[in-house]
Design a protein. Sequence first.
Length: 75
Amino acid sequence: MEEISNKLKTLIGNLSEILVAAIGLLVVVQVVFGTAGNLDVISNLKGLVDSFIGSGASLASLVTLVLIMGVLSRR
């Protein structure tokens, strides 16, 4: 059972690394090519961060943002 748990943790970790790399690539693509094709990654990320720390933000949303940043920065 522990072996399956470790394999699942590794799989989820690898998948999150791929998704974070894809987000970085999409940001670079938008900077180079603009918002052609209705792909506005930077605005979507800004909207996501604003939902955490915007005018209606609470302490819970700030803690959630800190946790997400911790997960994304851990490698």
